[in-house]
Design a protein around this ligand. Structure first.
Ligand SMILES: [Zn+2]
Length: 345
């Protein structure tokens, strides 16, 4: 019996030594140490042994079991290490491979245009002011010298929500609100960028939703010369130092006098071409001296304070600056269009 046990031990150790994976090793453990294994089998014959021999064989069998168990544990950790090693080797990363290029997004051309104008005016001491896009009639019209019944308030032009609530048709209500906050005391120096809404049929130059940037300066001794100087700086910074500006008389309810500003056509240099409709000039924005009624409604004394205001469409400016022929490109988000503005910033 002793020999049989020793034989089983060396047979088991040999097999364990040569086992090549964890499953095989586990099978060996079950077969040698389990209840149905050969060792248990041998011990069943213990009844035939003398009382003196029995504990000795029992002790031997236990010792053999233990040493098989120990060897299995050792072998298992060896196999596990080998498996990890193999996995590491299989997953080696070649750091010398060239990387895959990451696609960079870009800011929307309209956002960039607005930020460029904002930066310019912030540099001249303006603050950026914002207001609600859903506006009450008072700020959108009445406070801007557009009393009830004025043609510019026509239902055709505005998206009304209730009789007194509408999608703002311009960013001018921000001016009215800002002036009101100043409680009749200057100086006010703001630009108001934002979305505006009008009931227009969309085409190459019209959109029912577009953006505006308006500027407002109110203080003592503000004159038309300040307005002209400001607009000239704006035109040259945005369109180029070689551009000339021209002011033409115009009409807006909230300014008096009112002007429209043209810049000289870059394409033809003033000779006249298709872009400038043969005039040599391109219309850019509307402006004027703040109407005394507007000042008065916001609590300013028009005898003491004067101001100027201007308003422009960033779409139009971007279209002229970048040669974009359809305003709808800004809103349809065609990636091919947007990617052209994906320059390194
Ligand atoms: Zn031209």
């Amino acid at each position: 019996m002793r020999e049989r046990l020793q034989e089983l031990k060396s047979e088991a150790l040999e097999k364990i030594k040569h086992s090549s994976n964890l499953k095989e090793l586990n099978d060996l453990r079950v077969s040698y140490l389990g209840k149905k294994g050969p060792i248990t089998e041998v011990l069943r014959g213990m009844g035939k042994l003398s009382a003196e021999e029995r504990p000795k064989i029992g002790a031997l069998a236990n010792a053999i079991r233990e040493s098989i168990s120990e060897v299995i544990t050792e072998k298992r950790s060896e196999l596990e290490k080998a498996a990890v090693q193999k996995k590491l080797e299989a997953e080696t990363i070649d750091v010398t491979l060239p990387g895959r290029p990451v696609k960079r997004g870009s800011r929307h051309p309209l956002t960039k245009m607005i930020e460029e104008v904002e930066d310019l005016f912030i540099g001249m001491g303006y603050k950026v002011a914002e207001g609600p896009e859903v506006e009450i009639d008072y700020y959108n019209f009445e406070a801007l010298n557009l009393p009830k019944g004025h043609p510019a308030r026509d239902m055709q032009d505005s998206f009304y929500i209730t009789e007194d609530l509408l999608m703002r048709t311009h960013t001018s209500p921000v001016q009215a609100r800002t002036m009101e906050k100043h409680k009749g005391k200057g100086p006010v120096k703001i630009i108001c960028p934002g979305k505006v809404y009008r009931r227009d049929n969309d085409d190459a130059t019209h959109s029912h939703q577009f953006t505006q940037i308006e500027g407002l300066v109110v203080d003592e001794n503000i004159t038309m010369a300040d307005l002209k100087g400001t607009l000239e700086v704006f035109a040259k910074k945005i369109f180029g130092e070689d551009r000339e500006i021209r002011l033409r008389p115009s009409f807006f309810p909230f300014t008096e006098p009112s002007v429209e500003m043209d810049i000289s056509c870059k394409i033809c240099g003033g000779e006249g071409c298709r872009v400038c409709k043969q005039t040599g000039w391109i219309e850019i924005l509307g402006a004027g001296m703040v109407h005394p009624n507007v000042l008065r409604m916001a609590g300013f004394d028009p005898e003491k304070y004067t101001g100027f205001a201007f308003g422009m469409g960033p779409e139009r400016i971007a279209m002229l600056k970048y040669g974009i022929d359809d305003i709808r490109h800004f809103y349809t988000n065609d990636i091919r269009f947007l990617q052209q503005f994906s320059v390194q910033e």
